[in-house]
Design a protein around this ligand. Sequence first.
Ligand SMILES: NC(=O)c1ccc[n+]([C@@H]2O[C@H](COP(=O)([O-])OP(=O)(O)OC[C@H]3O[C@@H](n4cnc5c(N)ncnc54)[C@H](OP(=O)(O)O)[C@@H]3O)[C@@H](O)[C@H]2O)c1
Length: 319
Amino acid sequence: MGLRSLAFDISKPVVAVTMANGKQGRGVVKHLANSGLFSVRALVRNPQSQKSIELLGLPNVEIIKADLLHLDSLINAFDGAYAVFGNTTPTKGWRLFRGSMVRDYEMSQGRNLVQSIKKMRDKGSLKHFVFSSICKCKDPLLTNPAPGHFSSKWDIEEYIKYNELQELTTILRPASYFENFYTTLPLISIANQYFPGVVHPDKKWQTIAVEDVGIWANAVLKQPEKFIGQAINLAGEELTGNQMAKTLESLKFSNQKKVTYSKLPRFLIRMIEHDIAIMASWIERSGYGANVTYLKKLAKEIDISMTSFSTWLKQKSLA
Ligand SMILES: NC(=O)c1ccc[n+]([C@@H]2O[C@H](COP(=O)([O-])OP(=O)(O)OC[C@H]3O[C@@H](n4cnc5c(N)ncnc54)[C@H](OP(=O)(O)O)[C@@H]3O)[C@@H](O)[C@H]2O)c1
């Protein structure tokens, strides 16, 4: 047993969440914990870190140490859980001309994740597995070459099928986060009158608030009979870079200055984060394939609301 929040109800079904200190993991832990339906077992590599301790401020959260590269740690962390929200990461250490994303790093995690899910399914305790992948493309004939950190996730999806786990699995496939525009890197963050991006200014680009992955995860875990066996491409918006800059400009009430979208030079991206350069070309060529109209209808039907880009800008005090 790990450290627990002060408010912890042992009678609620347990949902284990991998990479609980990541952007997506934190959003998922927050929405599951606040829904009051589940207790959340947050898997972290360092239970003593500041981020881990902060998770204990939410109700019904338990912290447990686990590493996606260590199968036994996952089996231990998933023991007795009713459901698992699982994701994997390509992000290793940064190197010039390679960047930080390593496909094999993510594949090793995917293998362990799926193997541990299979073990828990066979044991009979696990009833629902939500795998967080990445949004598939609009035009399947234009998908190659796809970025390595996309194809790794789609290959893990195939590995889920290969292991015959579809009957307990829901796949969520988020598009790019709004949060990519809000980094600590000077050239890659929204600043006054400056809106940076990696995609051509006139190409539509599907995006989503990372916290909305938590909203969707809670919704599918709440209604397993509706969502098991499904794979859903997720996006909240489909805007061009120019339209995003215009949205920001229109929200600047006191300061009516023009906001300009600036596409970062592709050669620079190729040097700094090679796979992101491949992703940018992929978005321009094929693009994410979420059906935003259908998602808005579905969201209404299951009583959830997605964050619009303008709401997100306001929440982050960027407008
Ligand atoms: N950025 C986007 O627009 C976007 C869109 C859709 C999907 N995605 C995908 O979503 C996934 C999650 O991304 P994110 O942005 O939420 O992550 P993130 O904020 O970059 O955090 C990554 C997390 O992974 C953890 N981690 C790294 N190696 C691990 C290992 N071996 N075992 C267990 N945990 C490990 C880290 O743990 P520590 O805290 O211990 O370092 C960290 O908390 C990634 O696969 C990403 O490709 C990203």
